[in-house]
Design a protein. Structure first.
Length: 319
């Protein structure tokens, strides 16, 4: 259980328990990922796509969630078109595994070489507090590295079930993120912005109904977190960052979300920034999350994962 007063960038200390033989495959995987991180970019992408093709064959549950999301967001597309996006999306998920290694172990020079263009970066270069909206892409880990390059930013993380990956992820992020907050430290992240810092926050998922309202996301009503509007009402900037992977690297663009007194109008504009960006490269969005799990009518559009829901209920009870 996380102590909510734990300071940001709290390191993950190495424990001899991580050398338990049950983690041997995890260490082998990390070693291979590190070796791939040293390879040329095009070869890295080819290896990632090969992994993604394997993922497309496996993981039927995640694939079904992604298919439901795509059908809801693109009702004008036929089944063949949906399946093509789905296949390419899971291939991109494989590439995303390789991109984790690039983010964790690449030099600043290599990251700079992979940044084709960073449009409107000057928006983020002021000394004021800014909520930086990120998109859940298949390459989200390298997105954090790209957008924070040369800037002091904080970010949030959710602990991974794999203890090896969790240990390496936390310590790697601490090298390029000024304040790495546990996802349960929400109030601390807001104070971070209020203290004149820049905080990366992904507002494109379904966080439940407690701090959300229903706002259009594509043509569907989606539970949308209201925190960005609250921050904007405190006269802090809310800036959306769009990152798309191209053949030879990544294009980054910053765009301020215009402040609005009306909560629904502001969040509608925010969601439109997200969806306009997704439309540019739908295969790179993380469709495997249940974006529409909270429904206005209380229904469920996704397959029921009994074991997963039982585990999450137990986690909520222990937190």
């Amino acid at each position: 259980m996380i102590d909510k007063k734990t300071p940001p960038n709290h390191p993950s200390k190495f424990s001899l328990k991580l050398l338990n033989p049950k983690y041997i495959l995890g260490w082998i995987g990390v070693a291979l990922l590190y070796l791939v991180s040293l390879m040329p970019f095009r070869l890295q992408m080819a290896i990632g796509r090969a992994i993604g093709r394997f993922l497309y064959i496996l993981g039927p549950k995640r694939k079904e969630i992604a298919r439901v999301n795509l059908e809801m967001c693109f009702p004008e597309k036929n089944q063949h078109e949906i399946e093509e996006i789905l296949k390419e999306n899971l291939i991109n998920t494989g590439v995303g595994i390789i991109e984790m290694g690039i983010a964790w172990w690449s030099s600043d020079r290599k990251i700079d070489d992979l940044t084709i263009h960073y449009k409107n970066k000057e928006i983020l270069e002021s000394n004021e507090g800014i909520l930086v909206l990120a998109k859940h892409t298949t390459h989200v880990e390298i997105d954090v590295r790209l957008m924070s390059r040369g800037l002091k930013m904080g970010g949030m993380y959710r602990p991974q079930k794999n203890k090896i990956i969790n240990h390496i992820m936390i310590n790697a992020r601490n090298k390029y993120i000024e304040g790495a907050f546990h996802h349960k430290q929400a109030s601390q992240t807001l104070d971070y912005v209020r203290n004149g810092k820049k905080m990366i926050y992904a507002a494109d998922q379904d966080f439940g109904s407690k701090y959300s309202i229903f706002v259009p996301f594509f043509k569907e009503m989606a539970s949308t977190i209201t925190i960005p509007h609250g921050i904007s009402q405190e006269r802090f900037k809310v800036v959306f960052i769009k990152i798309n992977r191209k053949k030879n690297g990544y294009e980054v663009e910053a765009k301020e979300i215009e402040p609005k007194e009306d909560q629904l109008e502001f969040l509608t504009n925010m969601n439109k920034a997200y969806t306009d960006s997704i439309i540019e490269s739908p295969e790179q969005f993380l469709w495997v999350h249940r974006r529409f799990k909270t429904r206005p009518d209380g229904g469920d559009v996704y397959p029921i994962w009994k074991s997963r829901e039982k585990r999450r209920q137990n986690e909520r009870k222990s937190s």
